[in-house]
Write a protein that binds this ligand. Structure first.
Ligand code: ATP
Length: 396
């Protein structure tokens, strides 16, 4: 059974109190329920409500009383589409286990998403967005109860992805299209038509709509098209099946303004009409002002904020981009302050860490520098003859 919390704990490990301008909302809840129906203002139905006094001062009047903040909402009767429950993750070493002394990259991360939610995942470079999406996409192994997609463990239940119910479009798509278990090299001499019509079990109407939305010319040869054109075919393929949960890791960078806008409109429709759930990690905020239903902000692998978009708008009259910029600036300033303090205390400004890993310590023990993203091999840091190996724990 999925446990739902009605608790807000606003202690924040990394961010100071004025995250959101006037006072801010640093949150880190044991589980934060993102509920698209949160704007219907019902009293909480179960569970205790804990609100940090600082938070109470700032927002209670306007928001908490309206039950508009996630975690204070009524419990959704339907099954959630995505449940992340106290997720903890460290990139594995060669033996498949976290290197000794490593600091978890993702820690105490909880979030629940319901049908129809369009969640924008924001955070600075290296915050952990891709890692979270990959975990949700079943590419990294975690405890089965830490991540449930459609009630199933994303890593252990491979039918989730092979059926198309769970779709992931991310960085690897630059090189190939992994569709329903088949990897197709995206730059081979093959026509767009062959790729798009080679997938069985697709609703022809949906395929036609997608071809129109992404303005794909079926005569394109994949080895001769531009990056953006290739990308359109890739995205088109990735969306052919009627997904229930879609994970997008910045896939729109190559798209022109029109293709991006039309794609975002299509995706919004998928959520509104079919009740699909989308999590989209991006740094590009153009045209996104009215797209997400929720914003989730991650810093240092920890959940900082998870709010319905309407609440973000209530708290900040800045544009979405400026609002996020403010959060990230604050995060960076605090990080710089911390480093300065370390230096003033005679400690190295940066924690010593093996390149590419989260192994810290003084002296650093060279164990493993983790997995090179997008490759089925890893290297041992500091050794001249680096070692290739495969690791079944991480699926590409
Ligand atoms: N294969 C790996 N092995 C070890 N550490 C990794 C690996 N991939 C990523 N990391 C580390 O995990 C941290 C988070 O990376 P991640 O790619 O999830 O961040 P992100 O928020 O998606 O960043 P960006 O916005 O730059 O894409 C980074 O510090 C990175 O160095």
């Amino acid at each position: 059974m999925i446990e739902s919390y009605n608790t807000i704990d606003v202690t924040c490990p990394h961010l100071g109190p004025d995250l959101l301008g006037e006072g801010g909302l640093p949150t880190r809840s044991p589980a934060t329920t993102v509920n698209s129906r949160s704007s219907t203002l019902h009293p909480p139905t179960a569970g205790k409500v804990f609100i940090n006094p600082h938070f109470r001062q700032l927002f209670l009047a306007e928001l908490c009383d309206q039950r508009a903040i996630m975690g204070v909402n009524e419990q959704n009767d339907n099954n959630p589409m995505v449940v992340i429950n106290k997720l903890k993750f460290t990139y594995p070493g060669i033996d498949g286990h976290p290197p000794p002394g490593s600091v978890p990259l993702i820690e105490d991360f909880s979030l629940t998403l319901n049908s129809g939610d369009r969640c924008l995942l924001v955070g600075s470079n290296g915050a952990g967005k891709t890692t979270i999406l990959k975990i949700l996409g079943g590419k990294h192994m975690v405890e089965p109860d830490m991540v449930r997609v459609l009630g199933r463990s994303a890593f252990h239940d491979t039918s989730l992805t092979s059926s198309g119910d769970l779709a992931y479009l991310g960085g690897e798509w630059r090189r190939e299209v992994a569709f329903a278990g088949f990897d197709v090299a995206i730059q081979m001499d093959i026509s767009a038509e062959k790729m798009l019509f080679g997938v069985s079990g697709v609703d022809p109407k949906r395929r036609a709509e997608l071809i129109k939305v992404l303005d794909v010319d079926l005569s394109w040869r994949m080895h001769k098209v531009s990056d953006g054109q290739r990308r359109r075919v890739q995205i088109c393929m990735g969306l052919l099946k009627e997904f229930k949960v879609l994970l997008l890791d910045e896939i729109t960078v190559d798209l022109d303004v029109l293709a991006r806008a039309d794609l975002l409109t299509f995706l919004k429709k998928e959520c509104d009409e079919r009740g699909a759930t989308i999590i989209y990690a991006t740094h590009i905020f153009d045209g996104l002002e009215n797209w997400p239903s929720h914003i989730v902000y991650v810093a240092h692998g920890k959940l900082q904020l998870a709010l319905p978009m309407e609440d973000v708008k209530k708290m900040s009259n800045l544009s979405l981009m400026r609002t996020v910029e403010k959060w990230l600036r604050k995060e960076r300033d605090e990080e710089r302050k911390r480093r300065k303090e370390r230096k003033a205390n005679g400690l190295p400004e940066f924690e010593r860490r093996i390149d590419g890993s989260r192994v810290t310590g003084d002296p650093v023990r060279v164990v493993n520098n983790g997995w090179a993203a997008g490759r089925l091999n890893s290297t041992i840091a500091g050794e001249e003859n680096f070692v290739y190996s495969s690791n079944r724990v991480m699926r590409q």
